[in-house]
Design a protein around this ligand. Structure first.
Ligand code: AMP
Length: 208
């Protein structure tokens, strides 16, 4: 199964992706995680991306499209994949369609996790992530409940940057909802509920 996850930053895409991957052994392609790894490793890509990420702006399309195209060429994606945080612009969606039709691996669904923006500001400012396994928790998790790793706050999870990320989402990414509706791939789930309840609906909607 090949899935695109849509939704504002903080809607719960990463949390739902982690659950699907655990249960169905899909390949998780998170452009945000790939970029943060590049920043941490100090690669040329990381140096290019860091300024955009710290401001909550989008990394240029050509950079991110190249990154995803290379990742999709890796053999582990053949078992099925979840794209998390990509596409985020119309140009990225068009490039993805072209690449997937070349690979003859069409999308099965575009899953929108829908959450009100004001709920998201509160969520992101209290979000903490495990440095070791990537578990997504809250400020209440002093250590990772999954692996005892160190929990940290992402540089871009502060209120000013979060508000800019939400504006960028509204302007550049939310038009993709209509794009995927037009392709008859859109599935919308109310994400403002307990993650387990959301996940049950996600599986239902995907016919899993
Ligand atoms: P995320 O972890 O998905 O919230 O992404 C963190 C940051 O990485 C975003 O605010 C952007 O600066 C950058 N980023 C991630 N994915 C993309 C993308 N598809 N296009 C452009 N920038 C991206």
């Amino acid at each position: 199964m090949n899935i695109v996850l849509l939704g504002a930053p903080g809607a719960g895409k990463g949390t739902q992706a982690a659950k699907l991957i655990d249960e169905y052994n899909l390949c998780h392609i998170s452009t945000g995680d790939m970029l943060r790894a590049a920043v941490a490793a100090g690669t040329e890509l990381g140096q290019k991306a860091k300024g955009y990420m710290d401001a909550g702006d989008l990394v240029p399309d050509d950079v991110i499209i190249g990154l995803v195209t290379e990742r999709l060429a890796e053999p582990d994606t053949e078992k099925g994949f979840i794209l998390d945080g990509f596409p985020r612009t119309s140009a990225q969606a068009v490039a993805l369609d072209a690449e997937l039709s070349k690979l003859e691996r069409p999308l099965d669904a575009a899953l929108l996790i829908d959450v009100d923006p004001e709920v998201i500001v509160g969520r992101l400012c209290s979000r903490r992530v495990c440095r070791d396994c990537g578990y997504i928790g809250t400020v209440a998790d002093t250590v990772c409940p999954k692996c005892d790793g160190e929990m940290y706050q992402r540089d871009d999870d502060n209120e000013a940057t979060v508000r800019n990320r939400l504006e960028v989402y509204e302007k550049s990414t939310s038009p993709l909802i209509d794009y995927y509706r037009g392709c008859e791939l859109l599935v919308t789930i109310d994400g403002d509920r307990d993650p387990e309840v959301v996940y049950a609906d996600v599986k239902d909607a995907l016919g899993l």
